[in-house]
Design a protein around this ligand. Structure first.
Ligand SMILES: [Zn+2]
Length: 122
């Protein structure tokens, strides 16, 4: 572990690896020779950094049929239902503060997504 070690990138690396495993398994099942595009849905709570994810994919897809595949990402905000007034809102600044009554806290409705929505293969 040299000076280039960044814990953040490790997070994205393991996520990219599990996504890639699924992608390659599906591609194989469909007899694909190449993966052109992978479309992902990623929630705010996963704390995935786009640049780190792109970099991880670039490294991991080398020598696979997914090399040079385009990664497109749909970001999902952290959605919360206020536990006091039941208002539903997207969280700003990483703190679930109700945008209507100012109450802190509630039920998380969305933002944990980490899914492959679709992929283009040939
Ligand atoms: Zn509220």
């Amino acid at each position: 572990m040299g000076s280039g070690f960044r814990p953040r990138a490790v997070h994205e690396l393991s996520i990219a690896q599990s996504i890639l495993d699924t992608v390659l398994e599906q591609a194989d099942k469909h007899g694909a020779v190449r993966v052109l595009r992978i479309h992902l849905r990623i929630g705010q709570l996963t704390a995935v950094v786009q640049e780190a994810l792109d970099m991880a994919f670039e490294v991991l897809t080398r020598d696979t049929i997914a090399a040079h595949a385009r990664i497109t990402v749909e970001r999902v905000p952290w959605r919360v239902r206020c536990s006091r007034c039941e208002h539903e809102y997207s969280v700003q600044n990483d703190l679930p503060t109700c945008s209507r009554c100012g109450h802190l806290g509630g039920e998380t409705l969305g933002g944990r997504e980490l899914q492959i929505v679709e992929m283009d293969i040939e």
